[in-house]
Write a protein that binds this ligand. Structure first.
Ligand code: IPD
Ligand code: CA
Ligand code: CA
Length: 257
């Protein structure tokens, strides 16, 4: 019951945040660089984060928050109730394409993912779900995708890893049916939930994967750090999620060699 109330609230927050973004989609952005020229933050990233954090603090003041932009990007542990937020996932797409970006929110309790939300803002598609609740696209329940092998499906990939052949990314991609690069972790995870991609190999921060992991887990996908270790939920790390068959092949044949 409590979970149902929370789901309804989070959806309302996401839809309200997205409405503000869509209303100003053609407006001039205020853009700053973070670690380099391709690592950007805009006034919309900051405003969306502030809006979502404001809602959480108003409603659940004792909960802790990990979020990408300033002031919230570090948390010592996942103990207790923790919200993990990427206000705009795919900021470069947002700046240069004005589409192909997501709002993402995860809710964890003592390190266990309970609820996950990935909203493709311009397509108006909300992928959400929770532990034991299933996975939904808007109001429709989705069926878990088939457990395809690496050679049977498309693989989402981080462009830099593929280009530099980091962790055998090129060889792994070559064994798949083909590599796809969207520039948005949320869209890559959506592609897996829809059964369009068999996996995703990348280099991510916790807010890039935490919301989606709840949904991937619900659908029986496997995920881990690059050598099969538990994800740290702190700082950037190499990341692999895939169907069980593709995951095992990638780990055994290419990563743990
Ligand atoms: C980025 C995107 C991108 C991934 C990067 C992320 P941001 O998130 O998800 O696809 O390759 O590692 O940082 O910065 O646009 O929220
Ligand atoms: Ca992100
Ligand atoms: Ca972001």
């Amino acid at each position: 019951m409590i979970q149902q109330v929370m789901i309804k609230e989070v959806k309302e927050w996401i839809y309200a945040a997205a409405e503000k973004i869509r209303a100003s989609i053609d407006a001039e952005l205020s853009i700053a660089q973070k670690s380099g020229r391709t690592d950007l933050v805009t006034n919309i990233d900051q405003e969306t984060q502030a809006f979502l954090i404001g809602k959480i603090k108003e409603r659940y003041p004792k909960d802790r928050i990990l979020a990408e932009e300033e002031g919230y990007s570090e948390l010592d542990s996942l103990q207790g109730r923790v919200w993990i937020i990427d206000p705009i996932d795919g900021t470069l797409n947002f700046v240069l394409e004005r589409e192909n970006f997501c709002i993402m929110i995860g809710f964890y309790e003592n390190g266990i993912g309970q609820l996950g939300f990935i909203y493709d803002v311009m397509q108006d598609e909300l992928f959400w779900g929770g532990k034991g609740l299933g996975v939904y696209k808007n109001e429709a329940a989705l069926l878990p995708p088939a457990n395809l092998t690496l050679s049977e499906g498309l693989l989402g990939m981080n462009a830099y890893m593929y280009g530099k052949n980091i962790h055998s990314a090129w060889e792994i991609g070559h064994e798949s049916m083909g590599v796809r690069v969207s520039g948005c972790a949320g869209l890559e995870i959506i592609a897996m939930l829809k059964g369009n991609h068999i996996g995703y190999l990348s280099n991510l921060s916790p807010w890039d994967y935490a919301p989606g992991l709840v949904l991937l887990e619900e659908f029986g996908f496997k995920y881990a750090g690059i050598n099969g270790q538990n994800l740290r939920f702190s700082g950037r790390e190499y990341f692999l999620a895939a169907t069980p068959k593709a995951f095992d092949t990638i780990q055994e044949k290419y990563l743990n060699v």
